[in-house]
Design a protein around this ligand. Structure first.
Ligand SMILES: [Zn+2]
Length: 187
């Protein structure tokens, strides 16, 4: 057994010498950190509500179900669509612009998907980088919900890097980025 282990380690060590320097991996972020980042970037929540919102994002509570369902009168006074089913617990965390959404539940969904999709993207990029893949081609979702950045960059080849992740965060104005990066493998 020991022999086998030392064999594996010595093999790895010699591999390192022959391989070209490894590509710079992207600093992984925890999902909680990404929830916090995208919550802070959202204008749909009241200040100081993150401690409650993160419990929803972690599926520990459900703000769409907890609290009281708003009565027609209450909805009217908040200027909400009377047919919308919405709870007092959700209303308590939303800012005015969150309440002004066509469907205010989208505010929670947006933070959740922005964070989880970014976590997946970083993981995907790091897998490519650790395999020595430096470039990837972007494919947008291709439907009517694609933003200008997604439309303009469909089919474009990018260098896989932290900067690319940042560019998507800053450039893509979709509710959350639904595009896909295909690794470019040069044989
Ligand atoms: Zn987009």
């Amino acid at each position: 057994m020991l022999k086998l282990i030392s064999k594996i380690f010595s093999k790895k060590a010699s591999d390192k010498k022959t391989r070209k320097p490894s590509l710079q991996a992207i600093q992984p972020k925890s999902l909680d950190n990404l929830f916090e980042k995208h919550f802070n970037e959202s204008s749909y929540f009241k200040e100081g509500t993150f401690d409650t919102v993160i419990k929803h994002l972690r599926h520990e509570i459900d703000l769409n179900k907890s609290g009281e369902k708003l009565t027609a009168e209450e909805k009217k006074s908040l200027g909400l669509n009377s047919r919308l089913s919405i709870t007092s617990d959700l209303v308590a965390v939303l800012s005015e612009s969150g309440l002004n959404l066509l469907n205010p539940k989208e505010a929670l969904k947006q933070v959740y998907y922005r964070a989880t999709f970014e976590a997946n993207r970083i993981e995907n990029f790091n897998k490519m980088l650790s395999a020595g893949i430096e470039q990837a081609t972007y494919t947008s979702c291709g439907d009517e919900r694609d933003c200008e950045w997604c439309k303009a960059n469909n089919g474009v080849k990018f260098k896989v890097s932290e900067a690319l992740n940042t560019e998507i965060n800053q450039g893509c104005t979709c509710d959350w980025n639904r595009g896909f990066f295909k690794a470019e493998i040069n044989f």
